[in-house]
Each structure stands twice: as C-alpha cells, then as structure tokens.
Design a protein around this ligand. Structure first.
Ligand code: HEM
Length: 121
C-alpha cells in the first residue's frame, strides 16, 4: 500500500498535536478567538483531528457535522477564512511538515472554502 498524506504527517497522534497547537494559536488571536469562546474545545479538537485525518486519506471516519452545517451560522468572511488557513499553514511549518505536504493539506482545506465562507468582508 502506498503511503498516504496521513502517514507522512505522522498519523493521528501527530495530527492531534498539530490541531492542539492550531487551536492554541486561534485562541490567542483576537481577530478570530471570539468565534471559539463558547465551544467545548475538547470536542472541537477531536472533530478537527478526525476531519484532517480523513481528508489526508487516513483510516479515520469523521463523525462531525458537514462543513456547511458546522459553519453556516457563523457568518465567516473570506478574511476570517484566510486568518485561520494561515494559522493552519504556520502550524504545519512549526511541525516541520515539508512544503509539498503542507500544500496538499492547504489544497484539501481550500476545497471547503465555499462551504465555510457565507459572508462578505
Ligand atoms: C480553514 C478551514 C476550516 C476547517 C477545515 C474547519 C473545520 C471544522 C470542523 C471539522 C468543525 C467541527 C464540526 C463539528 O464538530 O461537527 C468546525 C467547527 C467550527 N468551526 Fe471550522 N473549519 C475551518 C474554518 C473555520 C473558520 C474560518 C472559522 C471562523 C472564523 C471556523 C469556526 C468554527 C466554529 C466556531 C466551529 C464550531 C461550530 C459549532 O459547534 O457551533 N472554522 N470547523
């Protein structure tokens, strides 16, 4: 079997560590922290870890809401999306994920932008 992006990222434990750091960064960023204030961050981290694992072709089933339902009430703008996508990319850099794998993750995530962004800047 060929190696998947999920394997190259280091599997579920490595992805969970990326997700922890990623949400740590979001909660420290006043531009977006308010979106996450009332959330159960344990659940959020678990779902995000599953989601990223499954989009990276890992053997993990994502059990959360689809991207449109999870975000439609939030009125997320293109700028909000860019702030969050940039934190994700910078987190992958911190974890020494190489450029090709970072690009693959960011491309997968960008594929959901139209479902997530529902407001104008
Ligand atoms: C960058 C691409 C993004 C991905 C891959 C992503 C992924 C996810 C996932 C997997 C969930 C969990 C859904 C569930 O638990 O059922 C979620 C929920 C959420 N996301 Fe995102 N998201 C992205 C962008 C954003 C942006 C740009 C914002 C805000 C600016 C945002 C704010 C939230 C919030 C507040 C929730 C919780 C919704 C709730 O439980 O009511 N997300 N997201």
């Amino acid at each position: 079997m060929s190696e998947t992006l999920y394997d190259r990222l280091g599997g579920e434990d490595a992805i969970a560590a990326v997700v922890d750091r990623f949400y740590g960064r979001l909660l420290e960023d006043d531009r977006v922290a308010h979106f996450f204030e009332d959330l159960d961050m344990q659940d959020q981290r678990a779902h995000q870890t599953q989601f990223l694992s499954s989009v990276a072709d890992g053997p993990v089933e994502y059990s959360g809401a689809d991207m449109e339902s999870a975000h439609e009430h939030l009125e997320i703008t293109p700028s909000d999306f860019d702030v969050i996508a940039t934190h994700l990319e910078e987190t992958l850099v911190e974890f020494d994920v190489d450029e090709a794998d970072r690009a693959a993750v960011m491309e997968a995530v960008a594929g959901y932008e139209d479902d997530i962004v529902t407001a104008a800047d």
